[in-house]
Structure formats: structure tokens, C-alpha cells
Design a protein around this ligand. Structure first.
Ligand code: FDA
Length: 398
């Protein structure tokens, strides 16, 4: 026999649990359905196991979307301070790490337990692990075909996230349902992901693997332009670290990155000025600004002899070296893909949804929330803030 609910939330991750708790505490009869055996695996592994659960400075400017205005309403109605108040109510210790990023003192498990407790308080029913085979609509009701029989619901909220990390249960379920109901999609791409280089470039750069330096990175044009000043890490396959993860969300295949390893110094000027006054060699001079291994590797990569006295070098060569450090232009061949990406860019086109309720304009009762939608945050707690805010927006409307 079919089970009937007011609301069926599919996907018991960050957004889904938040939405279910809010709807259930408003008195709705809610069921949460998820195919995974373990609850909220992405929260568990987030922030190195400590969950960077929000960012105190989150604003719509920290999000990428074809429609940058869409996220404003939900973000302004459920703010980082609202989530912090919830965390405090559950007596979870937390601290600010860097640039407004809030982390649990103990473990990401505390956030999962908190959301579970909020769901329990509203009396949410659970179907988990439970496969969802399909969704149809007949009359006013949605019919959800699950591995545990048919579920009927007046409202369905799709909270199954994006494609990142298929190993822990990510699927294209949300996109399939969106397509089935005739909704437009924004092409997806891995975001917050290390960038890679092929063949020669990768081999040349591998000598620098393991070196971390602060750098200014830029890419894109006009509206889609990204700029970050963060740590950059050379790896055996390419580039990683916060600066690269951030810029990867703005990078498009075939595009170039411009990297400045010394934004505070005009290196060419400093080298040329140093000619008259210094007896130093290239390695010594650069080592005042950059780690020794980076200096040696960089000089070798660019064909300079570290032992050469700058006084003996032509200005042209010094300018080339300065440019390579202040304006390194490099074209990644690709990224590490969804298996390493923290998020998925693109997804359900926001033009199909109400920014107040996350409901599909053309299908009353059907909602999409969280990462499934074409709203993607920067690194630093912004993606969870979107999951909470969009979850609350739908939870208050269903
Ligand atoms: P989420 O992925 O959380 O949940 C989707 C749920 O749907 C899952 O439980 C899944 O099992 C279920 N599901 C999927 N397909 C299904 C199907 N076909 N049938 C049934 N159920 C299905 N963000 C941040 O702000 N701070 C951080 O510290 C981090 N750290 C981080 C680390 C790593 C390694 C990753 C991969 C990601 C992050 N993120 C992050 C990003 C953040 O985890 C992500 O944006 C949110 O979890 C998205 O929340 P959702 O609820 O939309 O999807």
C-alpha cells in the first residue's frame, strides 16, 4: 500500500535535512528519502572532518550563477548568523579559521547530529537506504517509485546535490528529474577543483611539486572574471591549493590563468635597480621574497642560472624573469574532474524556479534546492550557507 506525506524530500544531505526539519517543525508530515547507507557523507568529510559550516561574510557576490540575483532572497532571509544561532543552541563549539570561515571545534559529526535532531524534533520519517526509481505526477499528487514501495506526496523537494564525488553517492538524479519535467539546464562543470597540465608542462612543473606560495590568480573576462589572493600549491599533476580551487570555478576549458607570485613587488624593476648597488646573484636576490626551492626550480624552469650575478645580466633577461613571476600566463589542459571537485557548477536553470520558494514555476509542488541548482559558492563555507538558506526557503513554503 502507498504511504502518503505532505512533503517528500529526496536527498538527506545538507539542504535536504535542513528543508525537512523546517517543514516538519511547521507541522507538515515529511519523509526524507536517500539511497546512501550513511547519512550526510559530504558533511562528514567536509572541512577536513571539521565542516566549514558557514562564512560570516557570505554575500551574493560570493556565488556564481547565470543569474547572480537569484540567490539574494534566500540568503538574506536565512543568514550565517541564523545558522550560528542554531549551532549555539545545540552547544556545538566552533572557531573562525581564516577570512570568516567557521569550523566545528570537534567534528563535522556534530553538524550531522544537530540536523538529525532538528528533523526528529519535527517527527520526520526516514526511508534510508532507499533507491528512488522515478517520480510522476497525477492530479495534485506526486507518485514516487522507491525500492520500498510507492510514496505519495503533495510536494516533492529534490535535494540530491551535484555530480562531485560519485564515490560517496553523488548522482545526476536532480538533472534527470529536471529534464523529465522539461526544465532548462545550465551546463555542468567541476568547480573548486585542482587544475592539470599535460605532457611537457606537467613534467617541467613537477620539479616544483610540494611547494606552496601565496599568489594572485586571475582568469576570465568581464562578468565571469575571477580574482583571488590565496595560497597556491604545485603538485605532480598541476596546480592546487585554495587560490587554484577558487579560480577553477571561473576557468573555462581552453582559457588561460594569469598568476602573480609577488603582487607587492615589481620584480623586473627591483632586479634592474639592484644591478648598480648589489653584487648579489639571481638566487640570493629572489630568495628574499620566495622559498629557496621555488627560486631554484623557477630559475631552472625558465632557463636562468641562479649563480649569475645580476650586475652582469642584460636588462632584457631580467625583464623576462620579472614578467615570469609577476605575470605568469599558463593554460591548464583540464581539471581533476568530478572525482576531486568539491562542487558542481551549473545545474537546474534558476529561470525555472521561484527565488522565494525554490518551486518550479511550471510544476506546482516540485522544488529544487542546494547544489542541484545553478548557484555555486566560493571555497570557505559559502556552499553550505547556500544549502541551509535554500533548504529553509523551500521548507517554509512546502
Ligand atoms: P549533498 O551532496 O550534501 O546531499 C545530497 C544527498 O542526496 C546525499 O545524501 C546523497 O546520498 C543523496 N542522493 C544523491 N543521489 C541520489 C539518488 N539518486 N537517490 C537518492 N538520494 C540521492 N562546502 C562548504 O560550505 N564548506 C566545506 O567545508 C565544504 N567542504 C567540502 C569538502 C568536500 C570533499 C566536498 C566534496 C564538498 C565540500 N563542500 C563544502 C561542498 C558541500 O559539501 C556541498 O556544497 C553541499 O553538501 C551541498 O549540499 P546538498 O544538500 O545540495 O547536497
Amino acid at each position: 500500500m502507498s504511504k502518503q506525506f505532505d512533503v517528500a524530500v529526496i536527498g538527506a544531505g545538507a539542504a535536504g535535512m535542513m528543508c525537512a526539519a523546517v517543514a516538519a517543525q511547521r507541522g507538515r508530515k515529511v519523509v526524507l528519502i536517500d539511497h546512501a547507507a550513511r547519512l550526510a557523507e559530504k558533511i562528514r568529510i567536509s572541512g577536513g572532518g571539521r565542516c566549514n559550516f558557514t562564512n560570516v561574510g557570505a554575500t551574493p557576490q560570493n556565488y556564481l550563477s547565470q543569474n547572480p540575483h537569484f540567490c539574494k532572497s534566500a540568503l538574506s532571509r536565512y543568514t550565517p548568523q541564523d545558522f550560528v544561532a542554531l549551532v549555539k543552541r545545540h552547544r556545538i563549539g566552533f572557531h573562525e579559521k581564516h577570512k570568516g570561515q567557521l569550523f566545528c571545534d570537534e567534528s563535522a559529526e556534530d553538524i550531522i547530529a544537530m540536523l538529525k535532531a532538528e528533523c526528529d524534533q519535527g517527527g520526520v520519517s526516514w526511508m534510508m537506504p532507499c533507491a528512488v526509481n522515478g517520480i510522476g505526477k497525477s492530479g495534485e499528487l506526486f507518485r514516487i517509485d522507491t525500492g520500498a514501495g510507492e510514496v505519495l506526496a503533495a510536494s516533492v523537494v529534490i535535494a540530491t546535490g551535484g555530480l562531485s564525488i560519485p564515490k560517496i553517492g553523488a548522482t545526476d538524479f536532480a538533472y534527470r528529474i529536471a529534464t523529465q519535467f522539461g526544465l532548462r539546464m545550465v551546463e555542468t562543470q567541476p568547480g573548486l577543483v585542482p587544475l592539470t597540465f599535460d605532457g611537457g608542462a606537467s613534467q617541467a612543473l613537477s620539479a616544483l611539486a610540494g611547494i606552496a606560495v601565496q599568489a594572485e590568480v586571475e582568469t576570465g573576462v568581464k562578468k565571469g572574471r575571477g580574482y583571488f589572493l590565496e595560497d597556491l600549491l604545485f603538485t605532480h599533476r598541476g596546480l592546487s591549493g585554495p587560490a587554484i580551487l577558487q579560480i577553477s570555478s571561473y576557468w573555462r576549458p581552453g582559457g588561460a590563468l594569469s598568476i602573480n607570485f609577488l603582487p607587492e613587488v615589481d620584480v623586473a624593476e627591483a632586479l634592474i635597480e639592484g644591478k648598480g648597488t648589489l653584487k648579489k646573484n639571481l638566487s640570493n636576490l629572489l630568495a628574499q621574497w620566495l622559498p629557496g626551492r621555488m627560486v631554484e626550480g623557477w630559475l631552472e624552469l625558465n632557463g636562468f642560472d641562479g649563480a649569475a650575478r645580476i650586475a652582469d645580466m642584460p636588462d632584457k633577461g631580467l625583464r623576462q624573469l620579472g614578467d615570469s613571476l609577476n605575470r605568469w600566463s599558463i593554460r591548464p589542459s583540464g581539471s581533476e574532474g568530478y572525482k576531486k571537485a568539491e562542487v558542481t557548477l551549473g545545474g537546474v536553470d534558476t529561470r525555472e524556479l521561484s527565488q522565494q520558494s525554490m518551486m518550479v514555476n511550471s510544476v506546482p509542488g516540485l522544488h529544487f534546492i542546494g547544489e542541484a541548482i545553478d548557484v555555486t559558492g566560493w571555497l570557505g563555507g559559502y556552499n553550505f550557507q547556500w544549502a541551509w538558506a535554500s533548504g529553509v526557503a523551500a521548507g517554509q513554503a512546502v
